[in-house]
Structures are given as C-alpha cells and as structure tokens.
Design a protein around this ligand. Structure first.
Ligand code: SF4
Ligand code: F3S
Length: 107
C-alpha cells in the first residue's frame, strides 16, 4: 500500500506534508504534489499535516478520487523530489475551498 495525494492539493501546494516525510517520497509538479508509491513506507505522518486533507491511504481514497492512485504512481516517475516546505501557491487559500478542480492540474 501507499499514501496518495488527491484533488484538494491542486492549486494549493501547502507543502506541510513534505517536512514530516521520513523517506522524502514527495514529488513536485507545477501546482500539485504526488507521493511515490514505491518509496512510501505508510508511516501516516503526512496525513495530519495537510491543511486541506488531501492525503489518504490508498485503501481509503474516496470513490470519486480513485484516479489519483494511478496519477501519483505515474507522475512520481516524472516529477522531481521536494524535500523542504516552501510557500504555498499565491492563491492557495481561495482554491482550498474548491472541491472540483482536477481539470486545473498542470503537468
Ligand atoms: Fe511519507 Fe509517511 Fe506520508 Fe508515506 S505516509 S508519504 S512515508 S510521510
Ligand atoms: Fe498538497 Fe496538502 Fe501537501 S495541499 S502539498 S498535500 S500539505
């Protein structure tokens, strides 16, 4: 199993999750983060850190979000590691309240 970043992260990228990951398995895209499922050790630490509750255990991903399981696996092989917290995206707080935004995902 692994943990999975889902839709709520898009256009926010708060990156609080990155600081607690003991194995540095977050990968960064233009407006979204993913977890490399081959590196994640299921420690659960990142879940509570995300202010928009974007991170789920693979088995607990809501039905409406299951496409993000494959997306994390795919994009984690293309994107570069992020190992330190940084400022969220400029309009993160406005987008944090938007639930349907997967069409905004940039690769
Ligand atoms: Fe990293 Fe643990 Fe989160 Fe996996 S569950 S991404 S190992 S902090
Ligand atoms: Fe995204 Fe939440 Fe991490 S918004 S960058 S999953 S803290």
């Amino acid at each position: 199993m692994a943990y999975v970043v889902t839709e709520n992260c898009i256009k926010c990228k708060y990156t609080d999750c990155v600081d607690v990951c003991p194995v540095d398995c977050f990968r960064e895209g233009p407006n979204f983060l993913v977890i490399d499922p081959d590196e994640c050790i299921d420690c659960t630490l990142c879940v509570a850190e995300c202010p928009v509750e974007a991170i789920y255990a693979e088995d607990d991903v809501p039905d409406s979000q299951t496409e993000f399981i494959a997306l994390n696996a795919e994009l984690s092989k293309e994107w570069r590691p992020i190992i330190e917290k940084k400022d969220p995206l400029a309009d993160a707080d406005e987008w944090a309240g938007v639930t349907e935004k997967r069409d905004q995902l940039l690769r």
